[in-house]
Design a protein around this ligand. Sequence first.
Ligand code: PHE
Length: 364
Amino acid sequence: MSDYQAMQAELTGAIAAASNLDALEALRVAALGKAGSITGLLKTLGGMSPEERQSVGPQIHALREIVTAALAERKAALEGAALEAKLAGERLDMTLPAAATPRGSVHPVSQVMDELAEIFADMGFAVATGPEIEDDWHNFTALNIPETHPARAMHDTFYFPDANAEGQKMLLRTHTSPVQIRTMMSQEPPIRIIAPGRVYRSDSDATHTPMFHQVEGLVIDRGIHMGHLKWTLETFLKAYFETDDIVLRLRPSYFPFTEPSAEVDVGYRQEKGRRIVGGNGDDEGHAWMELLGSGMVNRRVIANCGLDPDVWQGFAFGVGVDRLAMLKYGMDDLRAFFDGDLRWLAHYGFGALSVPTLSGGISA
Ligand code: PHE
Protein backbone atom coordinates (compact mmCIF):
# COMPACT_ATOMS: atom_id res chain seq x y z
CA MET A 1 0.00 0.00 0.00
CA SER A 2 1.43 3.40 -0.96
CA ASP A 3 1.70 6.20 1.61
CA TYR A 4 -1.19 7.98 -0.13
CA GLN A 5 -3.43 4.92 0.10
CA ALA A 6 -2.55 4.55 3.77
CA MET A 7 -3.35 8.23 4.37
CA GLN A 8 -6.63 7.85 2.49
CA ALA A 9 -7.63 4.83 4.56
CA GLU A 10 -6.77 6.62 7.78
CA LEU A 11 -8.58 9.85 6.88
CA THR A 12 -11.76 8.26 5.50
CA GLY A 13 -11.86 5.98 8.52
CA ALA A 14 -11.64 8.96 10.88
CA ILE A 15 -14.25 10.88 8.86
CA ALA A 16 -16.71 7.98 8.96
CA ALA A 17 -16.17 7.75 12.72
CA ALA A 18 -16.65 11.51 13.38
CA SER A 19 -19.57 11.65 15.81
CA ASN A 20 -20.52 15.32 15.39
CA LEU A 21 -20.08 18.33 13.11
CA ASP A 22 -17.33 19.90 15.27
CA ALA A 23 -15.18 16.75 15.15
CA LEU A 24 -15.72 16.58 11.39
CA GLU A 25 -14.67 20.21 10.93
CA ALA A 26 -11.47 19.54 12.92
CA LEU A 27 -10.68 16.66 10.55
CA ARG A 28 -11.30 18.86 7.52
CA VAL A 29 -8.94 21.54 8.82
CA ALA A 30 -6.29 18.94 9.66
CA ALA A 31 -6.37 17.55 6.11
CA LEU A 32 -7.41 20.39 3.81
CA GLY A 33 -6.80 23.54 5.87
CA LYS A 34 -3.91 25.95 5.23
CA ALA A 35 -1.55 23.78 7.30
CA GLY A 36 -3.36 20.52 6.52
CA SER A 37 -1.69 17.27 5.60
CA ILE A 38 -3.09 17.09 2.06
CA THR A 39 -2.46 20.80 1.50
CA GLY A 40 1.16 20.12 2.53
CA LEU A 41 1.42 17.32 -0.04
CA LEU A 42 0.02 19.58 -2.76
CA LYS A 43 2.70 22.14 -1.93
CA THR A 44 5.48 19.57 -2.53
CA LEU A 45 4.37 19.24 -6.19
CA GLY A 46 6.09 22.57 -7.06
CA GLY A 47 9.53 21.26 -6.10
CA MET A 48 9.23 18.01 -8.09
CA SER A 49 10.73 17.11 -11.44
CA PRO A 50 8.16 16.97 -14.28
CA GLU A 51 8.38 13.13 -14.39
CA GLU A 52 7.90 12.78 -10.65
CA ARG A 53 5.01 15.20 -10.71
CA GLN A 54 3.35 13.27 -13.51
CA SER A 55 3.35 10.08 -11.50
CA VAL A 56 2.69 11.52 -8.00
CA GLY A 57 0.40 14.46 -8.90
CA PRO A 58 -2.66 12.39 -9.90
CA GLN A 59 -2.36 10.33 -6.71
CA ILE A 60 -2.35 13.41 -4.47
CA HIS A 61 -5.26 14.98 -6.40
CA ALA A 62 -7.20 11.73 -6.19
CA LEU A 63 -6.53 11.66 -2.44
CA ARG A 64 -7.88 15.19 -2.08
CA GLU A 65 -11.00 14.37 -4.15
CA ILE A 66 -11.80 11.28 -2.12
CA VAL A 67 -11.30 12.98 1.23
CA THR A 68 -13.37 16.01 0.14
CA ALA A 69 -16.20 13.73 -0.96
CA ALA A 70 -16.00 11.72 2.28
CA LEU A 71 -16.21 14.95 4.32
CA ALA A 72 -19.28 16.13 2.38
CA GLU A 73 -21.02 12.79 2.72
CA ARG A 74 -20.40 12.59 6.47
CA LYS A 75 -21.49 16.21 6.92
CA ALA A 76 -24.82 15.57 5.17
CA ALA A 77 -25.38 12.46 7.30
CA LEU A 78 -24.64 14.30 10.56
CA GLU A 79 -26.89 17.25 9.61
CA GLY A 80 -29.71 14.89 8.66
CA ALA A 81 -29.42 13.14 12.00
CA ALA A 82 -29.40 16.47 13.84
CA LEU A 83 -32.65 17.51 12.06
CA GLU A 84 -34.29 14.17 12.86
CA ALA A 85 -33.35 14.57 16.52
CA LYS A 86 -34.73 18.13 16.58
CA LEU A 87 -38.00 17.06 14.95
CA ALA A 88 -38.36 14.14 17.32
CA GLY A 89 -37.88 16.54 20.24
CA GLU A 90 -40.56 18.91 18.92
CA ARG A 91 -43.05 16.15 18.12
CA LEU A 92 -46.69 16.78 19.09
CA ASP A 93 -49.11 13.89 19.25
CA MET A 94 -52.20 15.33 17.56
CA THR A 95 -54.16 12.19 18.29
CA LEU A 96 -54.21 12.90 22.02
CA PRO A 97 -57.68 13.94 23.23
CA ALA A 98 -58.00 17.52 24.56
CA ALA A 99 -57.57 17.96 28.29
CA ALA A 100 -60.60 16.58 30.12
CA THR A 101 -61.18 19.85 31.96
CA PRO A 102 -60.39 22.66 29.51
CA ARG A 103 -60.46 26.20 30.84
CA GLY A 104 -63.25 28.39 29.50
CA SER A 105 -66.53 27.45 27.86
CA VAL A 106 -68.85 28.56 25.08
CA HIS A 107 -71.49 31.03 26.31
CA PRO A 108 -75.06 29.72 25.98
CA VAL A 109 -75.94 32.63 23.67
CA SER A 110 -73.13 31.65 21.29
CA GLN A 111 -74.16 28.01 21.54
CA VAL A 112 -77.82 28.78 20.77
CA MET A 113 -76.82 30.98 17.82
CA ASP A 114 -74.74 28.07 16.49
CA GLU A 115 -77.73 25.75 16.98
CA LEU A 116 -79.97 28.19 15.07
CA ALA A 117 -77.45 28.50 12.21
CA GLU A 118 -77.31 24.70 11.97
CA ILE A 119 -81.09 24.25 12.03
CA PHE A 120 -81.76 26.96 9.44
CA ALA A 121 -78.84 25.93 7.21
CA ASP A 122 -80.64 22.61 6.83
CA MET A 123 -83.65 24.55 5.46
CA GLY A 124 -81.46 26.48 3.02
CA PHE A 125 -81.01 29.69 5.04
CA ALA A 126 -77.72 31.60 5.01
CA VAL A 127 -76.51 33.68 7.97
CA ALA A 128 -76.51 37.46 7.35
CA THR A 129 -75.18 40.22 9.58
CA GLY A 130 -75.47 43.99 9.83
CA PRO A 131 -73.93 46.79 11.90
CA GLU A 132 -74.92 47.35 15.53
CA ILE A 133 -74.43 51.09 15.02
CA GLU A 134 -77.24 51.81 12.56
CA ASP A 135 -78.75 54.84 10.94
CA ASP A 136 -82.30 55.95 11.43
CA TRP A 137 -83.33 54.99 7.90
CA HIS A 138 -82.37 51.29 8.12
CA ASN A 139 -83.61 50.83 11.70
CA PHE A 140 -86.93 52.68 11.27
CA THR A 141 -87.88 54.55 8.10
CA ALA A 142 -87.23 51.77 5.57
CA LEU A 143 -89.16 49.43 7.88
CA ASN A 144 -92.22 51.64 7.50
CA ILE A 145 -91.76 53.31 10.89
CA PRO A 146 -91.89 57.04 10.02
CA GLU A 147 -90.55 59.82 12.26
CA THR A 148 -93.84 60.37 14.07
CA HIS A 149 -94.67 56.70 14.58
CA PRO A 150 -95.30 55.71 18.21
CA ALA A 151 -93.19 52.56 17.64
CA ARG A 152 -90.13 54.81 17.74
CA ALA A 153 -90.88 55.79 21.30
CA MET A 154 -91.69 52.17 22.18
CA HIS A 155 -88.22 51.07 21.13
CA ASP A 156 -86.46 53.14 23.83
CA THR A 157 -83.69 53.92 21.40
CA PHE A 158 -80.11 54.83 22.33
CA TYR A 159 -79.27 57.70 19.97
CA PHE A 160 -75.79 59.07 19.26
CA PRO A 161 -75.34 62.81 19.78
CA ASP A 162 -74.12 63.41 16.22
CA ALA A 163 -75.65 62.68 12.82
CA ASN A 164 -73.64 60.93 10.08
CA ALA A 165 -72.26 62.59 6.92
CA GLU A 166 -75.67 62.30 5.18
CA GLY A 167 -77.38 64.03 8.10
CA GLN A 168 -78.88 60.70 9.31
CA LYS A 169 -79.46 60.24 13.01
CA MET A 170 -77.26 57.41 14.28
CA LEU A 171 -78.35 54.88 16.89
CA LEU A 172 -77.71 51.44 18.38
CA ARG A 173 -80.04 49.14 16.46
CA THR A 174 -83.15 48.33 18.48
CA HIS A 175 -83.83 45.09 16.60
CA THR A 176 -82.28 42.87 13.93
CA SER A 177 -84.93 43.91 11.36
CA PRO A 178 -82.59 46.46 9.66
CA VAL A 179 -80.67 43.41 8.38
CA GLN A 180 -83.82 42.62 6.34
CA ILE A 181 -83.37 45.95 4.57
CA ARG A 182 -79.63 45.56 4.06
CA THR A 183 -80.10 42.05 2.66
CA MET A 184 -82.92 42.99 0.26
CA MET A 185 -80.88 45.94 -1.00
CA SER A 186 -77.68 43.99 -1.57
CA GLN A 187 -78.96 40.59 -2.80
CA GLU A 188 -81.21 39.44 -5.60
CA PRO A 189 -84.23 37.39 -4.53
CA PRO A 190 -84.91 34.59 -3.80
CA ILE A 191 -83.60 35.31 -0.31
CA ARG A 192 -83.48 33.00 2.69
CA ILE A 193 -81.49 34.36 5.63
CA ILE A 194 -81.35 34.43 9.39
CA ALA A 195 -79.63 37.37 11.09
CA PRO A 196 -78.53 36.74 14.67
CA GLY A 197 -76.94 39.50 16.71
CA ARG A 198 -76.92 42.06 19.50
CA VAL A 199 -79.64 44.67 19.85
CA TYR A 200 -80.01 47.56 22.31
CA ARG A 201 -82.85 49.22 24.16
CA SER A 202 -82.80 51.61 27.07
CA ASP A 203 -84.55 49.19 29.39
CA SER A 204 -83.38 47.28 32.46
CA ASP A 205 -85.03 44.92 34.96
CA ALA A 206 -85.07 41.17 35.72
CA THR A 207 -86.31 40.32 32.23
CA HIS A 208 -84.80 43.21 30.25
CA THR A 209 -81.16 44.14 29.76
CA PRO A 210 -79.99 47.18 27.75
CA MET A 211 -78.25 44.79 25.35
CA PHE A 212 -79.81 41.50 24.33
CA HIS A 213 -79.86 39.16 21.34
CA GLN A 214 -82.34 38.54 18.57
CA VAL A 215 -82.43 36.39 15.51
CA GLU A 216 -84.26 37.70 12.47
CA GLY A 217 -85.58 35.44 9.74
CA LEU A 218 -86.38 36.60 6.21
CA VAL A 219 -87.65 34.78 3.12
CA ILE A 220 -88.31 36.62 -0.15
CA ASP A 221 -89.49 34.67 -3.19
CA ARG A 222 -92.45 34.32 -5.55
CA GLY A 223 -95.75 33.11 -4.13
CA ILE A 224 -94.74 33.04 -0.46
CA HIS A 225 -97.66 32.86 2.00
CA MET A 226 -98.31 32.44 5.71
CA GLY A 227 -98.37 28.65 5.39
CA HIS A 228 -94.66 28.81 4.59
CA LEU A 229 -94.12 30.97 7.67
CA LYS A 230 -95.97 28.60 9.98
CA TRP A 231 -94.23 25.48 8.61
CA THR A 232 -90.83 27.12 8.90
CA LEU A 233 -91.43 28.17 12.52
CA GLU A 234 -92.79 24.74 13.46
CA THR A 235 -89.86 22.95 11.85
CA PHE A 236 -87.40 25.30 13.53
CA LEU A 237 -88.96 24.96 16.99
CA LYS A 238 -89.20 21.16 16.76
CA ALA A 239 -85.52 20.95 15.91
CA TYR A 240 -84.51 23.52 18.52
CA PHE A 241 -86.50 22.09 21.43
CA GLU A 242 -85.78 18.56 20.20
CA THR A 243 -89.40 17.40 20.33
CA ASP A 244 -92.09 16.84 17.69
CA ASP A 245 -94.74 17.86 20.21
CA ILE A 246 -94.72 21.57 19.33
CA VAL A 247 -98.06 23.33 18.93
CA LEU A 248 -98.16 26.93 17.70
CA ARG A 249 -100.90 29.51 17.99
CA LEU A 250 -100.79 32.47 15.63
CA ARG A 251 -102.53 35.59 16.99
CA PRO A 252 -103.22 38.67 14.87
CA SER A 253 -100.85 41.45 15.84
CA TYR A 254 -99.28 44.59 14.46
CA PHE A 255 -95.79 45.48 13.30
CA PRO A 256 -95.30 48.36 10.84
CA PHE A 257 -92.99 46.21 8.66
CA THR A 258 -95.26 43.18 8.32
CA GLU A 259 -98.82 42.97 7.01
CA PRO A 260 -100.56 40.92 8.17
CA SER A 261 -98.63 40.39 11.39
CA ALA A 262 -98.85 37.51 13.82
CA GLU A 263 -97.65 37.01 17.34
CA VAL A 264 -96.65 33.36 17.73
CA ASP A 265 -97.42 31.53 20.96
CA VAL A 266 -96.13 28.08 21.86
CA GLY A 267 -97.76 25.57 24.23
CA TYR A 268 -95.89 24.65 27.41
CA ARG A 269 -96.34 23.10 30.82
CA GLN A 270 -94.86 23.98 34.17
CA GLU A 271 -92.60 21.41 35.83
CA LYS A 272 -90.66 22.01 39.08
CA GLY A 273 -90.95 25.75 38.62
CA ARG A 274 -89.67 25.52 35.06
CA ARG A 275 -91.42 26.04 31.73
CA ILE A 276 -91.12 23.00 29.47
CA VAL A 277 -91.99 23.81 25.86
CA GLY A 278 -94.35 21.31 24.23
CA GLY A 279 -97.99 20.32 23.93
CA ASN A 280 -101.17 22.21 23.17
CA GLY A 281 -101.54 25.28 25.35
CA ASP A 282 -105.28 24.61 25.65
CA ASP A 283 -104.76 21.11 27.10
CA GLU A 284 -105.01 20.26 30.80
CA GLY A 285 -101.93 21.44 32.68
CA HIS A 286 -100.73 23.51 29.73
CA ALA A 287 -100.70 27.20 28.82
CA TRP A 288 -99.60 29.45 25.96
CA MET A 289 -96.54 31.63 26.02
CA GLU A 290 -95.75 34.39 23.60
CA LEU A 291 -92.53 33.52 21.78
CA LEU A 292 -91.97 35.68 18.73
CA GLY A 293 -93.20 38.32 16.30
CA SER A 294 -93.72 37.60 12.63
CA GLY A 295 -95.71 38.34 9.52
CA MET A 296 -95.73 38.81 5.77
CA VAL A 297 -93.20 41.46 4.75
CA ASN A 298 -95.13 44.69 4.17
CA ARG A 299 -95.38 45.67 0.46
CA ARG A 300 -94.07 49.10 1.37
CA VAL A 301 -90.89 47.59 2.88
CA ILE A 302 -90.32 45.50 -0.27
CA ALA A 303 -90.79 48.63 -2.40
CA ASN A 304 -88.48 50.67 -0.11
CA CYS A 305 -85.75 48.16 -0.96
CA GLY A 306 -86.26 48.66 -4.71
CA LEU A 307 -88.11 45.37 -5.33
CA ASP A 308 -91.50 44.99 -7.03
CA PRO A 309 -94.02 43.82 -4.41
CA ASP A 310 -96.26 42.44 -7.16
CA VAL A 311 -93.49 39.98 -8.03
CA TRP A 312 -91.79 39.34 -4.68
CA GLN A 313 -93.44 38.38 -1.39
CA GLY A 314 -91.99 37.10 1.81
CA PHE A 315 -92.26 36.49 5.49
CA ALA A 316 -90.15 37.67 8.40
CA PHE A 317 -89.87 36.85 12.06
CA GLY A 318 -87.87 38.00 15.06
CA VAL A 319 -87.09 36.00 18.23
CA GLY A 320 -85.18 36.75 21.40
CA VAL A 321 -82.14 34.47 21.48
CA ASP A 322 -81.54 34.88 25.24
CA ARG A 323 -85.15 33.89 25.85
CA LEU A 324 -84.75 30.80 23.65
CA ALA A 325 -81.62 29.86 25.62
CA MET A 326 -83.40 30.29 28.98
CA LEU A 327 -86.36 28.17 27.87
CA LYS A 328 -84.16 25.32 26.66
CA TYR A 329 -81.40 25.32 29.25
CA GLY A 330 -83.34 26.44 32.32
CA MET A 331 -81.72 29.70 33.42
CA ASP A 332 -84.14 31.99 35.24
CA ASP A 333 -82.40 35.37 35.36
CA LEU A 334 -81.52 37.13 32.14
CA ARG A 335 -79.10 39.50 33.86
CA ALA A 336 -76.77 36.60 34.79
CA PHE A 337 -76.13 36.14 31.05
CA PHE A 338 -74.07 39.31 31.04
CA ASP A 339 -72.42 39.24 34.49
CA GLY A 340 -69.36 37.31 33.33
CA ASP A 341 -69.51 35.17 36.49
CA LEU A 342 -67.13 32.25 35.96
CA ARG A 343 -69.21 29.90 38.12
CA TRP A 344 -72.31 30.62 36.01
CA LEU A 345 -70.29 30.10 32.82
CA ALA A 346 -68.82 26.84 34.13
CA HIS A 347 -72.34 25.63 34.93
CA TYR A 348 -74.24 26.79 31.84
CA GLY A 349 -71.40 27.00 29.30
CA PHE A 350 -70.70 24.47 26.56
CA GLY A 351 -67.55 22.59 25.59
CA ALA A 352 -65.69 24.28 22.76
CA LEU A 353 -65.63 21.00 20.84
CA SER A 354 -69.33 20.14 21.14
CA VAL A 355 -70.45 21.75 17.90
CA PRO A 356 -74.22 21.41 17.35
CA THR A 357 -75.25 19.16 14.49
CA LEU A 358 -78.67 17.97 13.38
CA SER A 359 -77.48 14.39 12.96
CA GLY A 360 -76.05 14.30 16.49
CA GLY A 361 -79.20 15.78 18.08
CA ILE A 362 -78.80 19.52 18.13
CA SER A 363 -77.56 19.93 21.72
CA ALA A 364 -75.91 16.51 22.14
N1 PHE B 1 -88.44 43.46 15.07
C1 PHE B 1 -89.53 43.01 15.90
C2 PHE B 1 -89.18 43.29 17.38
O1 PHE B 1 -88.05 43.58 17.68
C3 PHE B 1 -89.78 41.53 15.74
C4 PHE B 1 -90.27 41.17 14.37
C5 PHE B 1 -89.37 40.84 13.37
C6 PHE B 1 -91.61 41.16 14.08
C7 PHE B 1 -89.81 40.49 12.10
C8 PHE B 1 -92.08 40.82 12.82
C9 PHE B 1 -91.16 40.49 11.85
O2 PHE B 1 -90.03 43.27 18.23
